[in-house]
Design a protein around this ligand. Structure first.
Ligand code: F6R
Length: 360
């Protein structure tokens, strides 16, 4: 059932090329246009602002989408669904509320959708499960087609959520602005190449060889900027979930505003580089290295400056920054998996966690 893999998580990490292929299939035309069957051009022309509601890994996918929307000039805000049920954001009739939920059954997310809908917002579920509650209660649904995910730790569904949200962002941006952003062609080309790039990343990853260095450390920090920031948060969540070791994700620029006080030679710092403002993240790498912390950089294999600035290097193919973040995330999924495996953890069913959280 696990297809020869020791754990569902590893199987699902390796299923990402196929899952991404399904996520984008038929949704990017040959001339690099977005084609969402459910949402023809003009569907979103009345949207003024996008609110994204989600929990956990899906929350990180929502943060990723916020960055893509911001790049396209579309105001977007992300809310942790549990917080939203406490303090709902004001909505108007031009607010599009997008619920991001793999299972479509997360109680906090469902409650927050109902609150937003009661207040008059238009709702859209981005989910993996056809017939899920989120798909049924929202005005519209967009499916990520990742296939069943058994491992409690979300892996392939994160990648597929981001890919599908990127397409949705392009549709919304074109409808709202009436124009096609000059960067769109490059982004869609990168998404088309993404399944192959993930395959390459999986085949060439040195995460397993490095993993022994990352056990029995005080803590691990994950840093990134732009879409590298949600990747840092997601990678830290994955690390803590399955290794039970302390990990935190930070926006790279935030380090010096406090967390730097924690950095010692016993802190491993994973730095995500996406090709955008890498020079700033390199400065953050210097900040932690000068406190003795070993740095693992995740960046395009062609970037020798970054490779030389770090102690260890996990290489990804060179691509658009939005796709680069996902490739870095794949490398860091493998890191968490390998460390958890070395520590003999219950990888597919981590202690205290459930695949679908149906209580608030
Ligand atoms: C982490 C993880 C959880 C879920 C969260 C939301 O690996 O799986 O954080 O992402 O419980 O679940 P969904 O996406 O089903 O709403």
């Amino acid at each position: 059932q696990r297809g020869g893999f020791d754990h569902y998580m590893l199987k699902e990490i390796n299923e990402q090329p196929a899952a991404l292929d399904r996520a984008i299939k038929g949704r990017i035309t040959d001339d690099k246009d977005v084609h969402l069957e459910e949402f023809p051009p003009g569907t979103f022309e009345d949207v003024g602002v996008v609110h994204l509601l989600a929990c956990g890994t899906s929350y990180h996918a929502a943060l990723y989408a916020q960055q893509i929307l911001a790049d396209r000039g579309i105001p977007a805000q992300v809310f942790s669904a549990g917080e939203y049920t406490t303090t709902p954001a004001p909505v108007t009739d031009d607010t599009l509320v997008v619920a991001v939920t793999q299972s479509g059954e997360t109680a906090d997310t469902l409650s927050s959708i109902r609150i937003a809908a009661d207040r008059g917002a238009r709702t859209l579920a981005v989910t993996n499960v056809i017939g899920s509650t989120a798909a049924r209660v929202c005005d519209d649904a967009l499916f990520i087609r990742a296939g069943p995910e058994i491992g409690v730790a979300a892996t392939k569904t994160f990648s597929s959520q981001v890919a599908v949200l990127a397409l949705l962002a392009e549709r919304i941006a074109e409808d709202v602005t009436g124009a096609v952003d000059p960067d769109r062609e490059a982004l869609l080309a990168a998404l088309t190449e993404l399944p192959g790039h993930v395959e390459q990343t999986l085949n060439q990853s040195s995460a397993e060889a490095l993993a022994t260095q990352f056990i029995n450390r005080d803590e691990q920090f994950f840093i990134g900027r732009g879409v590298g920031y949600p990747v840092a948060l997601e990678s830290a969540l994955k690390f803590k979930e399955i290794t039970y070791e302390h990990a935190e994700g930070f926006a790279a620029g935030e380090l010096k505003h406090g967390p730097l006080a924690l950095v010692t030679s016993d802190t491993t710092v994973f730095a995500v580089f996406t090709g955008r403002h890498d020079e700033k993240t390199l400065k953050n790498v210097e900040e932690v290295r000068s406190r003795g912390a070993p740095v693992v950089a995740i960046a395009a294999g062609t970037d020798h400056e970054i490779a030389e600035a770090a102690d260890e290097f996990l290489s990804i193919p060179e691509t658009h920054p939005v796709a680069a973040g996902l490739l870095a995330n794949v490398q860091l999924q493998l890191v968490s998996y390998r460390v958890a495996d070395l520590l003999g953890r219950s990888i597919d069913k981590p202690r205290n966690l459930a695949k679908s959280v149906t209580v608030e």
